[in-house]
Ligand binder design. Structure first.
Ligand SMILES: Nc1ncnc2c1ncn2[C@@H]1O[C@H](COP(=O)(O)OP(=O)(O)O)[C@@H](O)[C@H]1O
Ligand SMILES: NC(=O)OP(=O)(O)O
Length: 310
């Protein structure tokens, strides 16, 4: 049987928020990915980084404040750091999982830059939540540093601009590794946002929505399947309300109608719906599926998950 290509987008719950939590959580993700390797897929993994990039930026800013030998790390540098350490744990733990199953398959992380438009309206309208919950006092401090915050039920969060991903610069490297039969981890945290200035790529102070980049990545590697592994088994209609019902399938037309009616929550499930619609609308014989991280293989075999259809 010819091999199929799949892009697996791991959500926040695949990592936890601290280093020890991350190592534990990734074991589950590694199990899901190894199942897909055994199921004969060529795999590109991408992942969230909201909590991690926020933590890194706060930590690097504090170091710089405490010791003038250090300078503040700009947000795109923090994005690259998150790709590095999250990719490190993921490739390491996945390698072990594969070896324990008697499979030898190299796993490599690509530090990935993604083009954004300097005139993207998102730069004037920050929406992307990063970092942990903060107290009112901490939120005030962030505002004084020039950062943006919003108030949620459980506390305050930092928000940052989230421009649209336009192009993946390292796509040839990703495709070369895939062609060599390797598992690739790429475009973590939506990719490092960069502005093209002649021959220079200049990091932008932003965090790209990883669901949006996942669709771009799936297109660019010629994937047949885009799989979002998140915290729920299915996308629901009227999530959290009395009339909530999980959806086995969503046609493009239904999804578009529901999006027009604001049925899906921005910043969580909406970007997965948008990305799924974009991906399956772009070609034939494509699948986009949203499910819980523990249900990856079942969902791929059509036993659960929300399946987007034309
Ligand atoms: N309509 C919906 N259907 C299913 N889950 C929803 C819906 N609206 C909001 N959610 C919540 O959104 C979460 C997924 O968003 P998020 O956690 O931001 O994604 P990720 O797993 O990629 O980090 C789900 O686990 C669920 O808690
Ligand atoms: N970059 C990104 O979309 O991360 P989250 O999924 O953690 O928000």
């Amino acid at each position: 049987m010819p091999k199929k290509r799949i892009v697996v987008a791991l959500g926040r719950n695949a990592f936890g928020e601290t280093f020890p939590e991350q190592q534990k959580a990734i074991k589950k993700a590694a199990g899901a990915i190894a199942d897909l390797v055994e199921d004969n897929y060529d795999i590109v993994i991408t992942h969230s980084n909201g909590p991690q990039v926020g933590m890194l930026h706060t930590a690097m800013t504090e170091f710089a404040r405490l010791d003038n030998h250090y300078t503040v790390a700009p947000m795109p540098v923090c994005s690259s750091l998150s790709q590095g350490y999250m990719g490190y744990d993921l490739q390491n733990i996945l390698r072990t999982e594969l070896l324990n199953r008697g499979l030898y398959k190299p796993v490599a992380t690509i530090i990935t830059q993604v083009k954004v438009d300097p005139f993207d309206e998102a730069f004037a309208n920050p929406t992307k939540i990063i970092g942990r919950y903060m107290s009112e006092e901490e939120a005030e401090k962030e505002k004084k540093k020039g950062n943006h915050v919003i108030k949620e039920e459980k506390g305050y969060r930092r928000i940052i601009a989230s421009p649209k991903p336009l192009e993946i610069y390292e796509i040839d490297s990703i495709n070369a590794l895939l062609a060599a039969g390797q598992v690739v981890i790429a475009a973590g945290g939506g990719g490092i946002p960069v502005l093209e200035q002649g021959t220079v790529l200049k990091g932008a102070s932003a965090v790209i929505e990883k669901d949006a980049t996942s669709a771009l990545l799936a297109e660019a590697v010629g994937a047949q399947v885009l799989l979002f592994l998140t915290g729920v088994e299915k996308v629901s209609y009227a999530y959290g309300q009395a009339n909530e019902h999980p959806l086995d399938t969503l046609t493009v037309l239904e999804a578009q109608e529901y999006m027009k009616d604001n049925i899906f929550e921005a910043g969580s499930i909406l970007p997965k719906v948008e990305a799924s619609v974009k991906f399956i609308s772009g070609g034939d014989d494509r699948k986009a599926v949203v499910t819980h991280i523990s249900k990856a293989l079942d969902a791929i075999h059509g036993k659960t998950g929300t399946h987007f259809i034309k």
